[in-house]
Design a protein around this ligand. Structure first.
Ligand SMILES: NC(=O)c1ccc[n+]([C@@H]2O[C@H](COP(=O)([O-])OP(=O)(O)OC[C@H]3O[C@@H](n4cnc5c(N)ncnc54)[C@H](O)[C@@H]3O)[C@@H](O)[C@H]2O)c1
Ligand SMILES: CC(C)(O)[C@@H](O)C(=O)O
Ligand SMILES: [Mg+2]
Ligand SMILES: [Mg+2]
Length: 332
């Protein structure tokens, strides 16, 4: 059984009075900086230059400073810049100012697990990895909840790394639901595998393939959009609240029978074999190598795919229907 920590196991005391540098003010950076500040902690936002993130941080009431100035004045440094950028930020802005006893904190284990960053033994290195997108980390916190997270310790120089990881988790709201103890290896590999085969890649291509199938068969794209893409949230919300059994209870017997039989026919052993292949590429480091190379070439695959998706029929139809979709959303 996994070790789960909740509010009663965590205190802010181990990090009270310490200054926390949040490096990056994007998806997670903004959520963490705001949540930690609202939890009464001393946060400074560190950024590379005066761009959009800088303006956003100022609009939220922070006084951002350059990355290395944030590092110099802080005890705890949280890496919330993109994974591919972290090793450069570490090498150029963090490492030269590292002091014995400082903490390096990650929201995902990529750079530590694949040894792109190798900190000295005299600092604590730990992770608090929210299991949800940054804007949700903020939204749940504001409404009194929190997104569950994983915590892991890579280096425990002080002997207090777990207490501090739990304090950060509490500060962002994650101990309200609970946090699970893991390792950098388990978090990194499961996070990458999950987002590839399921959360990001799998679900998107499942929905797009279903949409395209209906349209290619001559059905109206608007009808196809509501059927294969828009309704997904409603079904997933029921799974989220009540599990698969609860979802199957909520749909018709016709949908139950069709779903149970055809689901396994479409998402078959062959699909699972490919999931396993993708997972092995994460485990043996091939995916990391491939992603680093893509990033070093200027991320052409990402750029091309974003353009293709933006111009796709499903996206255009979705944008056309967005007003209608918005009108139907609950008002409170
Ligand atoms: N996005 C998520 O919901 C999510 C969820 C869990 C964990 N994480 C992890 O959190 C970390 C941050 O990811 P994110 O998605 O929030 O990042 P992001 O892409 O939203 O980060 C953007 C921030 O990084 C800065 N930045 C971008 N390029 C930079 C560069 N070249 N040099 C310096 N700063 C640069 C931007 O100015 C901005 O402030 C990653 O380790 C990621 O794996 C993200
Ligand atoms: C939000 C996700 C997909 O769970 C996260 O892992 C990320 O990398 O953005
Ligand atoms: Mg991820
Ligand atoms: Mg994730």
């Amino acid at each position: 059984m996994a070790k789960i920590y909740t509010e009663k196991d965590a205190s802010l005391d181990p990090i009270k009075g310490k200054r926390i540098a949040v490096l990056g003010y994007g998806s997670q950076g903004r959520a963490w900086a705001l949540n930690l500040r609202d939890s009464g902690l001393d946060v400074v936002v560190g950024l590379e230059r005066q761009g959009n993130s800088w303006k956003q941080a100022e609009a939220d009431g922070f006084k951002p400073v350059l990355t290395e100035d944030a590092v110099k004045q802080s005890d705890i440094v949280i890496f919330l810049v993109p994974d591919m950028v972290q090793r450069y930020v570490y090498r150029e802005r963090v490492q030269p100012h590292l002091r014995e006893g400082m903490d390096l904190v990650f929201a995902h284990g990529f750079n530590i697990h694949y040894k792109l960053i190798e900190p000295p033994k005299t600092v604590d290195v730990y992770m608090v990895a929210p299991k949800g997108p940054g804007p949700t980390v903020r939204e749940y916190f504001v409404h009194g909840g929190g997104v569950p997270a994983l915590v892991a310790i890579h280096q425990n120089y002080s002997g207090k790394a777990l207490e501090k990881a739990l304090a950060i988790a509490k500060g962002i709201g994650a101990t309200r639901p609970g946090v699970i103890e893991t390792t950098f290896k388990e978090e990194t590999e499961t996070d990458l595998i999950g987002e590839q085969v399921d959360l990001v890649g799998g679900i998107m291509e499942l929905m797009r393939s279903a949409f395209q199938t209906l349209v290619e068969m001559g059905y109206q794209p608007e009808v196809a959009y509501f059927e294969t893409i828009n309704e997904m949230k409603m079904i997933v919300d029921i799974i989220h609240n009540k599990g698969f059994y609860g979802m199957l209870k909520a749909v018709s017997d016709t949908a139950k029978y069709g779903g149970i039989t055809v689901g396994k026919y479409v998402i078959n052993e062959d699909v699972k074999r490919r999931m396993r292949e993708a997972a092995e590429k994460v485990r043996n480091g091939k995916f990391a190598e491939e992603w680093i190379e893509e990033y070093n070439r200027g991320s052409p695959t990402i750029k091309q795919a974003l353009q293709e998706i933006q111009n796709s029929l499903e996206e255009k139809i979705g944008n056309q229907l967005r007003e209608m979709i918005e009108r139907g959303k609950p008002k409170s």
